[in-house]
Ligand binder design. Structure first.
Ligand SMILES: *[C@@H]1O[C@H](CO)[C@@H](O)[C@H](O)[C@H]1NC(C)=O
Ligand SMILES: *[C@@H]1O[C@H](CO)[C@@H](O)[C@H](O)[C@H]1NC(C)=O
Ligand SMILES: *[C@@H]1O[C@H](CO)[C@@H](O)[C@H](O)[C@H]1NC(C)=O
Ligand SMILES: *[C@@H]1O[C@H](CO)[C@@H](O)[C@H](O)[C@H]1NC(C)=O
Ligand SMILES: [Zn+2]
Length: 239
């Protein structure tokens, strides 16, 4: 049964690709795309991934990689249901692999299997749960994270800023697009739909100030006088 199904999926993907490719070969959601989920809903969750930064770290972390995981098959709320979230933890805990998406997956497994939590899934149920979940992330997953997303079996991965933009802004990155990692992952079970360039106009500024001292800091932050990094704004009465 898997065989005809995967052919169908490939044909569908090819169709989406040719009708909505944005020129550089990425599948992209635009306000005019025929995505079953309204673009406003995509925008809502991408803004939630941005606000996860402030909630779990700072409104202007140097590594502004934040993610939220949403259940879109749960129709009790037409927007979908937030399951878990996470932000880049590498510099906070000294673990270079804890990129935003990796930290998020780690947290999601904790949330899903928490015996006092909402889900109380067994480990094997938690593994299966990912196939109904969508991961929204402020920037295109690096090859490590893209691989982890495919190993998790997420239904969808939606990102804002591209790896290309990160590199242009001065971030060190491995130049392998998520799309390429996904394309090489067809031997893994399941399929993850990749949706690029969602609200990049709002995620890009979070990655644009780090290596450009003329670029304005994100809202709520200001340049430090010594190291020139953006940091939480200190109001007068707090001084
Ligand atoms: C997602 O929603 C579906 C449909 O309501 C439900 O069966 C499933 O358990 C949900 N998964 C999680 C992790 O909440
Ligand atoms: C894990 O996700 C939950 C649910 O979204 C959130 O309340 C919590 O702060 C997250 N924990 C970490 C460490 O990110
Ligand atoms: C970013 O673009 C979206 C449309 O894709 C628009 O709705 C939103 O207002 C824009 N954000 C800003 C800050 O201009
Ligand atoms: C730095 O940011 C300023 C302000 O947005 C912009 O005008 C300039 O082009 C940027 N410089 C580079 C090298 O991107
Ligand atoms: Zn990564």
């Amino acid at each position: 049964m898997l065989y005809p199904l995967s052919i169908l999926a490939l044909v569908l993907l090819a169709l989406i690709h040719t009708t909505h490719g944005n020129g550089d070969g990425q599948i992209s959601a635009t306000p005019h795309s025929s995505d079953a989920i309204p673009y406003e809903t995509r925008v809502y969750w991408m803004r939630r991934a941005i606000s996860a930064l402030a909630e779990l770290d700072s409104p202007c972390p140097f590594a502004a990689f934040g993610s939220v995981v949403v259940n879109h098959t749960d129709t009790s709320d037409p927007k979908g249901k937030l399951v878990c979230m996470g932000v880049n933890q590498a510099a906070h805990v000294g673990n270079p692999t804890l990129h935003g998406e990796m930290a998020t997956i780690e947290n999601c497994s904790k949330v899903l299997t928490d015996l006092d939590g909402l889900y109380r899934l067994s480990p094997s149920e938690a593994l299966k749960a990912y196939s109904q979940l969508s991961l929204y992330t402020t920037a295109e997953p690096c090859p490590m994270c893209a691989s982890a997303i495919r190993w998790s079996g997420f239904a969808e991965c939606i990102y804002g800023t591209s790896i290309e933009t990160l590199i242009n802004r001065g971030f060190g990155q491995i130049s392998i697009p998520s799309q390429e990692v996904f394309a090489e992952s067809t031997k893994l079970p399941g399929e993850t739909v990749l949706i690029a360039d969602v609200l990049a106009n709002e995620t890009d500024p979070y990655f644009s100030w780090q290596f450009n001292h003329s670029y304005p800091c994100p809202k709520g932050c200001e340049r430090g006088s010594r190291d020139k990094f953006c940091k939480l704004q200190v109001t007068d009465h707090e001084l």
